[in-house]
Design a protein around this ligand. Sequence first.
Ligand code: PLP
Length: 405
Amino acid sequence: MVDPIAITKAKGSYLIDENGKQYLDAISSWWVNVHGHAHPYIAEKIYEQAQQLEHIIFAGFTHEPAVTLAERLIKILPGNFSKIFYSDDGSTSNEVAIKMAIQYWWNQKSSDTKTNLPSRDKLLAFKNAYHGDTFGAMSVSERSVFTLAFHDLLLEVVFIDVPDENNLHQLKQEIDKHADSVAAFIYEPLVQGAGGMKMYAPACMDALLQYIRQKNIICIADEVMTGFGRTGKMFASEYMETKPDIICCSKGLTGGTMALGVTACTEKIYNAYLDDDGRKTFFHGHSFTANPIACAASNASLDLFEQNIALKKIEYISERNEAFAIQLKQIKGIKDVRVRGTILAFEIEKGKDEYLNTIGNTITTKALSKGVYIRPLGNTVYIMPPYCITEEELETIYAILQEVF
Ligand SMILES: *Cc1c(COP(=O)(O)O)cnc(C)c1O
């Protein structure tokens, strides 16, 4: 184990340690940072909000930053969403979505006295998925060393492959076997993050989503990582025509400055909870639900997106990634070079591809010594820079990747 490096300051694309050494943050500090570190505009809005209203109970009370953020998100989220539910982070945003979907069916069943609707309590998810570390989110994630101690305690989940041009028919057959008992399908649109930056095509996903929606299964897009520009569009779900019923965001939501999660749902889901029967209430809330400072940070981040500079940079990073990928493909010992927007990833041929593989540490140490911070996932090396990155800084990351390999 290497000792952690004490970072005392961060600015733009750089992390600065206690000795003054600078590191280019090529992975946006685990994918959260979008506009750069310690962004002065977001910092100012956080400061203003902290002086005005730092936190209140979000039951029986409401506040402007939460209302404004919800209204702005409803406008830009890809789908026909009508309500926003606040929670604390990516895991809880998914946990909320899973509970919301399961109770949606429970509420239908409990109003139905005659027809005896079947119970829909299974979930459908992709193999190799990662949706978080709370119990519901862990259940729909790939069974791995992360979840090993809890396998007997997790929810019932049917795992299918991500779609490609050849397996759609087979996937449909697998879904058919369980369709009537599945409450919801949860997916990371187009890029499976923690599972190793695995990418799949929008057209295949569209066909699969269409089929799953036909089966009345609630579709939950986990855009915790892909949201806010990562895949080249503001949200990865924009690449597909078929939109989700529920969408979850976190990571880049506050610009990556602090923790906040949102789960948005359609009017149809919301309506299933509108009832005089108190048992049909969605009983879920956290102490820090809709924290005003986190909402203010998110509103500030959206202000920055509206200025279009970030979107132009996303386009630039995406184009440069494509060009650099062609160069990378010529390097011996690496394979599966792939790009989706600002995310570029490839595999090292040596060693087993698993999270506990130590090759990542070696690469991290090497790149750090040259002033770039990357953190491979098993055999997968990737970059996902903040959008404030300059053309020069991006070239430095590429150059050092080439040097290391
Ligand atoms: C990071 C991540 C999560 C978990 O978010 P946390 O904020 O770490 O709880 C869930 N889903 C995806 C796709 C993620 O990348």
